[in-house]
Ligand binder design. Sequence first.
Ligand code: UDX
Length: 429
Amino acid sequence: MNILVLGTGYVGTTTALALSEMGWHVTGLDMDSHKVQQLLQGKLHFYEPGLEPLLQKHLQSDNITFTTQADRSIQVSEIIFICVGTPPLPDGSADLHYVKQAARDIGRNMNGYKLIIIKSTVPIGTQEKMTEWVRSAQRQSHPFDIVSNPEFLREGKALSDALHPDRIVIGATNEQAAAAVQNLYLSLKCPVVITTPRNAELIKYAANAFLAMKISFINEMARLCDKVGINIKEVAQGIGLDPRIGNRFLQAGIGYGGSCFPKDVAALLSIAAEHGTELKLLKEVVSINETQHLHLMHSARTRLGNFMGTKIAVLGLAFKPDTDDIRESSAIRIVRALMAEGAQVAVHDPVAKLPPDVNDAAIICSSPSQALENADAVFLCTEWTIYQQLDWVHAKQLMKRTNIFDGRNVLDAKKMAELGYFYQGVGYR
Ligand code: UDX
């Protein structure tokens, strides 16, 4: 049986490879011939640990292939995963343009029953809309089911999340379709939630919104900690041991970024507004997050006087380690803010790059040491292991003034002070 994965972006490629690893034969479909060519040569068009060797393995054993031919690949596949992007529109709502296109392509090329599984993050009611889009594009009437099966992949850990999920959520309108989707994942050992498509659609948004809320909560507590001289890390440990709270996602810092939390929280706010209700708590979550980097900037300004004429090293640009993704990265916000206040900014990241509009204004460094040379302060913005393991004794000799502003609270405050640094984390020093 052939499974078609429509869209070979981050989610699509990971889903396709995870399905191959589970023993299914998979075809990845994408309109972008360059991407398809690259994938056929065993090369990924994005950075994600562990995926490329798996791609090469399954290409060699003929378990996976990629194509740009929509008509034929739809015709020969009974099961079709939709993994296209749902980028934010200017008002924060999700753009369903690609989903609609996919539904219409499937409808137009149908030659028998199809089980359509939507993995893309989509607003409540999209499964119903898709049913209409598929039906209206059909040339001849064929039966089909559309099941909502959201993904919960983390960048940098996508493969492990796909093969060892915490849960599988299946939103279907009938038992047979739910069972057929469940059957695809039989080799995975985890709880399965079988529910309605609408519930599944909201589960995805609510999960991300809750995690974003946890981060903004601890970040707001960290602001208080800085005022009253309390250590947020110990507070997080103390509350996190209560299993009702849990110790994960309580790492204070300069705020969350990435392609999911900011986009999905904005989409959820927009869904609520569309239905005439206001999610006040989530609005605060966003507002805390958007100003969180300023909190560390303020600490640095207090220490340095102002940034005019200073040289500042920024270590880490990605929104988190093990990815080259800079979307909504707090590090980029800090680079922009420092530049706006007259600092000369020297940046380093193992894989991520600055966006073009600020790239020319910064000093791009090939090593952390180069960025630290003659710096008045360093901002640690992404907790890559190389920064945590840096030789901070040697680094001290390179810097003009030994100030560390740790945006991820990953260095040991006491040790840094013993080495002679002025160290300030977020709610931690
Ligand atoms: C997230 C969800 O975790 C995943 O389930 C969903 O499918 C997609 O969105 P991702 O965006 O890859 O995954 O990253 P994640 O590891 O969740 O981190 C998101 C952001 O939150 C990062 O900027 C990270 O630095 C920040 N973060 C995370 C904190 O600031 N503190 C924490 O305690 C945890």
